[in-house]
Design a protein around this ligand. Structure first.
Ligand SMILES: Cc1cc2nc3c(=O)[nH]c(=O)nc-3n(C[C@H](O)[C@H](O)[C@H](O)COP(=O)(O)OP(=O)(O)OC[C@H]3O[C@@H](n4cnc5c(N)ncnc54)[C@H](O)[C@@H]3O)c2cc1C
Length: 402
């Protein structure tokens, strides 16, 4: 077992850190404060420079616009950019990983390079009002008529449906089917006639969460599909095989630099705050109870990082996760909840005030983190369900009789 980064990996990390120090201007920081994907003018210039360095989608195949590098190199790059609140770095997410795993040659060539450049982006259309955890109960239907599918149904919690170009849509293509059988994935342009996107505001909308807070999404969406007609070429993988197609892409959502950092950066927030000048900071950092708690949180955060590194190492060996992604999706978000609760107790009531209040600490950062930490235990699969996967796939226990 070797926990050490290679000389090449250390060098890469230093290069990325130096690049960020050189190019993270005050104007770019101001832009990222409202939009962590950096789609404003400064962000576009920054992204072009990152592309020129070959630092996007590093581990993706060269023939589809990636760099053909290793998942660990990609992790190092993503970790450094995420740490400064910049999220537009290719890697996991919905869409391209599943297309690389299950798409036709034409789909790979059409979607993957454009995803890397940010010209195409996917929202994930799985959850429905009647089924979130129990996805096998999906009702949204796509009926094939000749060379087209006609889609009718509703999706919920479709985060970024208002800002994406496509929806990665799980539908029932066989109306007689039950549970997982008969589901398919369609890659549907979001501007197809018959699609209506309606906002579903999150607890972090009013006032808006600063960019670097946990989760931090002000909005998710409801999506209504009313006689939406798409060509059969939108199908990803085989008709009726949608469950397996989705699973090939999903685990990549649950692991990676973003997933662990949104929880673990909370430890850094409190340590940085305690180290700042000020009477209150000095009193608190001298308190043995505070020091013990902060040290304990930091240790938990290091465990989260090691779990992520193990997932990266599995991915680097080209192996599949059995329970590891699920275990990480329990530990990191729950660490985030423990950390944000402890921090609000250490800092007292002013840490529970949101931005906009004159007495809020650090522009409401700590209060927003507390709210976002709970969302993070639900999205991409709830921690309860992830525990069940660990019990079954990691511990070999039978399916629970619920
Ligand atoms: C902020 C946010 C963003 C999201 N973004 C997206 C998105 O982009 N695309 C998308 O498709 N979905 C998205 N979701 C939906 C998310 O994946 C679901 O909310 C989640 O799967 C839970 O489904 P549910 O809300 O219907 O709760 P339910 O399935 O009704 O579950 C309610 C509770 O029961 C527990 N539970 C259910 N079944 C079991 C079981 N078998 N064992 C133990 N406990 C169980 C759950 O853990 C949960 O605590 C998002 C959710 C949130 C909160």
């Amino acid at each position: 077992m070797d926990f050490e980064f290679t000389p090449h990996q250390k060098q890469l990390r230093s290069e990325v850190q130096a690049f960020i120090a050189d190019h993270m201007t005050a104007a770019l920081k101001a832009e990222l404060k409202d939009d962590a994907r950096g789609s404003g003018p400064e962000g576009e210039v920054f992204f072009a420079k990152i592309m020129a360095r070959g630092w996007t989608a590093v581990s993706w195949p060269k023939e589809y616009g990636g760099q053909g590098g290793s998942p660990m190199d990609q992790f190092i790059i993503e970790e450094e950019f995420q740490r400064v609140g910049y999220k537009r770095i290719g890697g996991g997410g919905t869409g391209a990983p599943a297309i690389l795993a299950s798409g036709t040659e034409e789909q790979k060539r059409h979607f993957v390079p454009a995803t890397i450049k940010g010209e195409i982006s996917f929202s994930q259309g799985y959850s429905e009002p009647g089924c979130g955890t129990d996805l096998a109960g999906i009702q949204c239907r796509a009926i094939r008529t000749g060379d087209t599918y006609v889609i009718n149904g509703q999706k919920i919690y479709t985060t970024s449906a208002h800002a994406c170009t496509h929806i990665f849509l799980m539908v029932r293509t066989d109306p007689q089917s039950k549970r997982q059988a008969g589901l398919s994935i369609l890659l549907v342009p979001i501007d197809t006639p018959g699609i209506t996107v309606r906002p579903l505001w999150t607890i972090q909308n009013e006032p808006r969460a600063p960019t670097l807070t946990t989760y931090g999404e002000p909005r998710t969406n409801e999506v209504f599909l009313d006689n939406v007609v798409v060509p059969v070429s939108c199908l990803l993988g085989q008709e009726g095989d949608g469950w397996a197609v989705a699973r090939r892409g999903l685990n990549l959502d649950r692991v990676g630099a973003w997933r662990y950092l949104i929880s673990v950066m909370r430890d850094e927030d409190i340590v940085n705050w305690l180290k700042e000048d000020g009477d209150r900071n000095a009193t608190l950092r001298a308190d043995p109870r505070v020091r013990d708690k902060v040290a304990e949180l930091w240790i938990e955060g290091q465990v989260a990082r090691l779990m992520t590194m193990r997932s990266m190492s599995i991915s680097q060996r080209g192996e599949a996760f059995s329970y590891e992604g699920a275990a990480e999706k329990v530990w990191a978000p729950e660490h985030g909840v423990r950390a944000t609760e402890a921090i609000s107790q250490i800092l007292g009531p002013s840490a529970q005030l949101l931005n906009g209040s004159p007495d809020a600490l650090d522009d409401g950062l700590f209060a927003h983190n507390l709210l976002g930490a709970f969302q993070s235990t639900v999205n991409h699969g709830s921690v309860q369900v992830m525990r069940d996967q660990v019990a079954r796939n990691g511990l070999g226990m039978p399916r629970a009789g619920r």
